[in-house]
Design a binder for this molecule. Structure first.
Ligand code: HEC
Ligand code: HEC
Length: 150
């Protein structure tokens, strides 16, 4: 018994001394998304974005988002390991005429998707006072270049 405890203590000491092993989960620094390096961005997407956003989307529409994944937001370019945003394959938004969309979808995006992603990415939310903040156009593109600003 004592021997086992001692061995695990040794293992713990060895682990601390060697630092995180490759493959071990490094702790993400508490900084805005833009300050993370590429691997940290990937790690945040896998460890935080997916487990938070999948249930959120599925709660909104279980069938439509049954296969929620990186691809839902980033599109087919994930196959090439590319994750550019905004994604012009998402429905294009024309803020002066949103009548072709369902109000409940727009409301879901506004009240759930934007605030939750902004919080995860540690970015301020888009608003009239803060047009640079995280908003719809971080993911979607505009329908027409003539469309008025939000
Ligand atoms: C809910 C939508 C959403 C999902 C799901 C999602 N992402 Fe993202 N991802 C984003 C947004 C938005 C950004 C851009 C954030 C920014 O630049 O402020 C981003 C950025 C990234 C970036 C950084 C790109 C760059 O140019 O630096 C990588 C890498 C990435 N995502 C990988 C992934 C992977 C891998 C998955 C699946 C495990 C995933 N994402 C799932 C929304 C999503
Ligand atoms: C984090 C990324 C992200 C942000 C931010 C975001 N959306 Fe979305 N939006 C998506 C994804 C992903 C879908 C689902 C696309 C699909 O079903 O394939 C979607 C779907 C929609 C739909 C449904 C479209 C349809 O075909 O019925 C509407 C409408 C919409 N978004 C509007 C908005 C508006 C308005 C905002 C800002 C208030 C916004 N979105 C912010 C990622 C985002």
């Amino acid at each position: 018994m004592r021997y086992v405890a001692f061995t695990s203590l040794l293992l713990l000491v060895a682990e601390l001394a060697c630092g995180p092993k490759p493959g071990a989960k490094a702790v993400l620094p508490d900084v805005p998304f833009d300050e993370l390096d590429h691997n940290q961005r990937l790690q945040l997407m896998k460890q935080v974005v997916m487990p938070t956003m999948a249930p959120l989307f599925q709660e909104h529409d279980r069938e439509r988002y049954a296969k929620f994944g990186c691809r839902t937001c980033h599109g087919a370019s994930v196959d090439r390991d590319e994750y550019h945003m905004p994604n012009d394959k998402l429905p294009k938004l024309n803020f002066s005429d949103m009548s072709k969309f369902k109000p409940e979808d727009i409301e879901f995006m506004k009240s759930k998707v934007v605030p939750t992603m902004a919080r995860i990415l540690k970015q301020p939310e888009h608003s009239a006072e803060n047009p640079q903040g995280f908003g719809c156009l971080e993911c979607h593109t505009r329908a027409a270049p003539t469309a008025r600003a939000e």
